[in-house]
Structure formats: structure tokens, C-alpha cells
Design a protein around this ligand. Structure first.
Ligand code: FAD
Length: 479
């Protein structure tokens, strides 16, 4: 009898234990993707994620068809879709790879119970993490809330299992299974078609993910520890959307990296630093598992009564990259144009939103959720809480990034700003991060009229910093 494989955030053939187990059984395999449009789900994929999902499903569908069993697309509540599919095809079992967000876990439990009631067996696997959250605890038996001891402890455990191979072929069920058409799912924007920059920047899919990893391990990895903080270089892997959609898994990244480190000891330091970042991804997923409120409420409860401002106009200036602080604006425009932003700049724009504009971190989280191609519930929430100073192992609130100094340090020639804020392109490096201080003659030579071509700063940073620290003082005392 056929086995159904339910694809979720694991849109790949290799290192896909659910698919591998189904294929190895020798039974016909029915790969399915379900479109769930639950209006009560606050975390349905945002616009940029939907664009990516289309490309990813297109490629996965092509690859599965080549193996012999095309991807089936269906819409509805998963328990109903899977039960109907089993009834239509005589399938006896459903395999999937586990997910870890609170809503996803509750949903999987519901689906499993509904299927069990109809005599359909469910088998769940791990494809998304190096180690599942229940597999690691502090000596006191509690979940880790600090990253470094978490990572150290993880490194002392046996290595994660080696990835499973992609199946060579799949047997399709004897009768073709009805499928919806991907084009009818409306995942890609039409009018207006805002996705031009995304198309130019990205190639979704498992093959592109593998190439990106290989490129990094063959090239930039040696300099990763220093260049990963430089938005003006291509110093990082840009694997994040591929990881978010599961086009590549952390175990593949781990083992491929270790293999290269063994063969090329001079790359080992870079690889350790790179895997440590993957460790943050892991840590954040564990946090979300142990603290399901992470995307909604501050883990440090003092921040629940933080005196946030309500600033429509300042939020819009931030979202559009028109704050008057070039590094902040470059980051937000990179996000809007390409669906991605460099990590250093995410921290800078996050600090600016929360501390300079005093807007709640959740408003930044929501914007990122809609615009990032790598939007990921655990990573997004944990990082926003980290920047806000209210998360686990977070940067303290009083550490307020100065956007001018950050720009000068991490984009020293201003090349990153020039690329995304072209109206400032002709300013010399000395002034590019603080155009309001530039002499009138310099601005005139560069063709910049502040307040017209490029905005004056929406806030004065030093005053904004004082205001933020005063606001923090009102909640600082532990109850
Ligand atoms: P690399 O430097 O090549 O790192 C390799 C991988 O490690 C990444 O692909 C990612 O999976 C992981 N990683 C790297 N840095 C972090 C980090 N700080 N936290 C968790 N994992 C990390 N990342 C997301 O994947 N999705 C998000 O929604 C997201 N939102 C963020 C929001 C804010 C406010 C901040 C400050 C960071 C956020 N990040 C998020 C983390 C980080 O910015 C991106 O993972 C990273 O920029 C991706 O680029 P890369 O793949 O080239 O990273």
C-alpha cells in the first residue's frame, strides 16, 4: 500500500528522512504539499516567503517527477486532505519531518490523532535540526537560556547522524493522483509585480542551496570570521532562505563543513565560526520549543510594560528606508529590493527601530516576516528579542548602536550605502554615514540636497538614546 510523504519545511530530496524511509519501504510513494489558509494563523507565510515557496515547489516538483512520482498539491485542513488522499489511494501511512513552532506542534498532534482514528499510521522524523530540543539540557536539567554553554554542550555530544541520500527512484501509485496547479496557488505577485529584485538575486531550490554551500566552503570561508560582519562584501553563505525552506538541512551543512575542515586545516577556523552561527539557528529553534511565547511576548517580563511610542510616520520612514541614517536606510532598502538583509545591518536597523524610534520590537518582527525570503519564526523572534534586550542571552537594552559609528566601522568606504542609497553615491567616504554634517560645498559637489533628495535624520541619535535609556529606567527595576 502507498505511503504519503507530507512535505513542509523540508523541500529537498537528500537528507530527507521522511522521504528516505518511505522510499526504502519499496511501497509506492505519494509526495504531497498542502496549502493551508487558516485565517486565524498569524504566521502564514509573508509575501516574500510566498514568492520563494513558489520557486521551491516548482523545483521540488520537477525533481520528484524525474524520480517517478510527481508532487501532489492540495488545499485545505491537513487532517482532511491527508485522510481523503489516503482514502483515494489506499495509503496506509503518512511520513513527515517534525516542525517545532507552537502552532505547528499543536497542528501535527491534531493531524496525527485524526489519522490514527482512521487507522492511518504516522511516522515523524527529524530533518530540521542537528539535535532535537529534548536531546540537550543543562546540568540542572533545564533548557539552556545562554548560547555559549549550549553550543559547548552540543559540541561534546556525538556528531549528528550523516544525511540520508536522495532516493534513486520512486514508485508512483498505480493510478495518477489528482493535483492542483501551482500557478493557481497565487504565490507570486502579479499586479504590481514587485519581485524583480528577488528574481535577480535568488535561485530557490535544492541545487542552488548545495552550490551556495560549496561556494562558501571553497572560497570566502577562510575570511568568514572577519568578513561576516561586513555588509559591503559577500562574506557570508546566504544560505538562510534555503535553510528556512529546508532546501538544505543543518546536518548536510555540518558534515560537508567538517569534511572540508579535515581536508583543509587552514579553513578550520572559518568553518568553526560558520558552524557556530548555525548553532544560533539551532539555539533559537530550541528556545521556541521551550518558550512558545517567543514570537509574541518578551521573555523578560519587565518589557511587557515598556513605554513604547506609537509612531505611524516614523515606522513608515523606517520601512521605506527614509530615516536619514544611511546605513539604516541601505539595510531596509536591501531588504525591500532583494528580500534579504545582512546580519550586521539587521542588528543596526533593529536597534534603530527599538531604541531610536522607541517602537515595539514586534513591529520590526512583523515587517521582517513579510519582506524576508528567509523569514523563520524562531530566528526572527529570537533575534528581535535579542536586539531589544528582552530575550534569552540578549544584548542589554542599554547597549544602543550608534548608526554612524556602526556604518563607519562595518562599511568603511560606504560601498554598501552607495549601492542601496544611490542618491548619496557621490559623497566621499568621510561623510557618507553622516551627510548632515558634511560641508555645504561637499554636498553640492555630490549633488545632494538634504531634505529633498535624501531626508534629514528623523531623530537626533544622542537625544534619542537618552530618551530610550530614560524609558528603560522606568521598567528596569526587577519586581
Ligand atoms: P551566514 O553567516 O552564512 O550563517 C549561516 C547560517 O547560520 C544562516 O543561514 C542562518 O541559518 C544561521 N545564522 C546566522 N546568523 C544567525 C543568527 N543571528 N541567528 C540565527 N541563525 C543565524 N535569520 C533567519 O534565518 N530568519 C529570520 O527571520 C531572521 N531574522 C532576523 C532578525 C533580526 C533582527 C536579526 C538581527 C537577525 C535575524 N536573522 C534571521 C539572523 C541572521 O541575520 C540571518 O540568519 C543571516 O543574516 C543569514 O545570512 P547568511 O545565510 O548569509 O548567514
Amino acid at each position: 500500500r502507498p505511503i504519503i510523504v507530507w512535505f513542509r519545511h523540508d523541500l529537498r530530496l537528500a537528507d530527507n528522512p521522511a522521504l528516505a524511509a518511505a522510499a526504502e519501504s519499496g511501497s509506492p510513494v505519494i509526495p504531497v504539499r498542502i496549502r493551508e489558509e487558516d485565517p486565524d494563523d498569524r504566521w502564514l507565510p509573508g509575501a516574500a516567503s510566498r514568492w520563494w515557496l513558489h520557486g521551491s515547489l516548482e523545483r521540488l516538483g520537477g525533481a520528484l517527477a524525474k524520480l517517478g512520482s510527481p508532487l501532489v498539491l492540495r488545499s485545505g485542513r491537513p487532517e482532511a486532505v491527508l485522510a481523503d488522499l489516503a482514502a483515494e489511494t489506499g495509503a496506509a501511512a503518512v511520513h513527515w519531518n517534525r516542525r517545532y513552532g507552537p502552532a505547528a506542534v499543536a497542528r501535527d498532534r491534531r493531524v496525527e490523532e485524526a489519522l490514527a482514528a482512521r487507522g492511518i499510521d504516522v511516522q515523524a522524523h527529524n530533518a530540521a535540526l542537528l539535535l532535537e530540543p529534548e536531546g540537550i539540557r543543562t546540568k540542572g536539567g533545564t533548557p539552556f537560556k545562554v548560547f555559549t554553554p549550549f553550543w559547548r554542550a552540543l559540541l561534546t555530544l556525538p556528531e549528528p547522524p550523516h544525511p540520508t541520500r536522495a532516493p534513486d527512484r520512486l514508485t508512483a501509485p498505480p493510478k495518477p493522483v489528482r493535483s492542483e496547479r501551482l500557478a493557481d496557488w497565487g504565490l507570486r505577485p502579479t499586479k504590481p509585480d514587485w519581485a524583480g529584485g528577488l528574481r535577480e538575486t535568488w535561485e530557490p531550490g535544492e541545487d542552488a542551496a548545495r552550490d551556495r554551500l560549496a561556494d562558501l566552503l571553497d572560497g570566502a570561508i577562510t575570511e568568514y570570521p572577519t568578513l561576516r560582519d561586513r555588509p559591503d562584501t559577500d562574506g557570508t553563505s546566504r544560505l538562510s532562505p534555503h535553510l528556512a525552506f529546508g532546501e538544505i538541512g543543518p546536518r548536510q551543512v555540518w558534515h560537508a563543513s567538517r569534511h572540508v575542515a579535515d581536508a583543509h586545516p587552514e579553513r578550520a577556523a572559518g568553518i568553526d565560526a560558520f558552524l557556530r552561527e548555525l548553532g544560533w539557528r539551532e539555539f533559537n529553534h530550541h528556545l521556541l520549543h521551550h518558550f512558545p511565547v517567543l514570537p509574541e511576548d518578551p521573555l523578560d517580563q519587565r518589557f511587557a510594560r515598556f513605554p513604547w511610542q506609537t509612531g505611524e510616520a516614523t515606522l513608515t520612514a523606517w520601512q521605506r528606508g527614509r530615516t536619514g541614517y544611511p546605513i539604516v536606510d541601505a539595510g531596509l532598502r536591501q531588504l525591500w529590493q532583494t528580500g534579504w538583509m545582512h546580519n550586521r545591518v539587521r542588528m543596526i536597523v533593529g536597534s534603530f527601530l527599538i531604541k531610536d524610534l522607541l517602537l515595539p520590537w514586534q513591529t520590526g518582527q512583523d515587517w521582517f516576516w513579510d519582506t524576508l525570503v528567509d523569514a523563520d519564526l524562531a530566528n526572527n523572534a529570537a533575534n528581535w528579542q535579542w536586539v531589544a534586550g528582552c530575550g534569552a542571552d540578549a544584548a542589554p537594552f542599554f547597549r544602543v548602536f550608534n548608526p554612524v559609528l556602526q556604518g563607519e566601522k562595518f562599511d568603511p568606504q560606504g560601498d554598501y550605502v552607495r549601492r542601496f542609497v544611490p542618491e548619496l553615491a557621490r559623497l566621499p567616504a568621510k561623510w557618507i554615514h553622516k551627510p548632515w554634517q558634511a560641508p555645504a560645498s561637499v554636498l553640492a559637489d555630490a549633488g545632494v540636497r538634504l531634505g529633498r533628495d535624501y531626508p534629514d535624520p528623523v531623530v537626533e541619535h544622542d537625544a534619542a538614546r537618552d530618551r530610550a535609556l530614560a524609558a528603560f529606567a522606568t521598567v528596569r527595576r526587577k519586581d
